[in-house]
Ligand binder design. Structure first.
Ligand SMILES: [Fe+2]
Length: 152
C-alpha cells in the first residue's frame, strides 16, 4: 500500500498539474482492467489544498472514504460538503460532477470504483473534458494528464 510519504510526493507535481494524484492498488491477476479485484479497483489519493477538479462524468460508481481533510463535491449542480471520517457515494451514472479540497490540510482518501467490471463489459463511458467527446475506456485510447508537458 502506498505510504503517506509516497502520497506526499504527488503534492510536488505543483498547481499546474492537471490530473489525479493517486496510487492504484493493482492486482496483477486483473491484467489490463487494472483492478484490485476482478470487479473493483481501490486507489489512495492525496488532494492538496485548493484543488478544484474539472467537471467530468462517467458511468462507474465511486465510494470515497475521507481519512483527512475537508472538501465538497458538486453532482449535477447540487453541492455536498464532506470531511474527515465521511463515506461518500458519488457520481451516480453519467452525472456531471467534480470535487474540491476546501480546507487548509491535504485530503487523503480511499476510492473504490467498479472500473474493472465496466472495462471487461466495454461499458465504461467516460468524459473527462466536457468540451470533448466521451470515450469507452478499455476499448480506445483514453486521456492523459499534462505531467510530461509541465515537467519540460
Ligand atoms: Fe468522477
Amino acid at each position: 500500500m502506498a505510504s503517506k510519504a509516497e502520497l506526499d510526493k504527488l503534492t510536488a507535481l505543483g498547481s499546474d498539474y492537471v490530473g489525479r494524484r493517486l496510487y492504484l492498488l493493482w492486482n496483477p491477476m486483473t491484467g489490463r482492467t487494472n483492478g484490485t479485484t476482478p470487479n473493483f479497483f481501490a486507489t489512495i489519493t492525496i488532494r492538496p489544498p485548493g484543488i478544484v477538479d474539472k467537471p467530468h462524468r462517467h458511468v462507474s460508481a465511486a465510494m470515497n472514504y475521507i481519512f483527512q481533510g475537508e472538501g465538497r463535491s458538486t453532482v449535477e449542480g447540487k453541492v455536498y460538503e464532506w470531511q474527515s471520517g465521511d463515506l461518500l457515494l458519488t457520481a451516480p451514472g453519467w452525472g456531471v460532477h467534480n470535487h474540491a479540497s476546501t480546507g487548509t490540510d491535504p485530503i487523503y482518501e480511499l476510492t473504490i470504483q467498479d472500473q474493472p467490471l465496466n472495462i471487461v463489459m466495454e461499458s465504461l463511458l467516460w468524459q473527462e473534458d466536457l468540451k470533448k467527446p466521451w470515450s469507452v475506456l478499455g476499448t480506445e485510447t483514453g486521456f492523459d494528464t499534462n505531467r510530461a508537458k509541465i515537467a519540460s
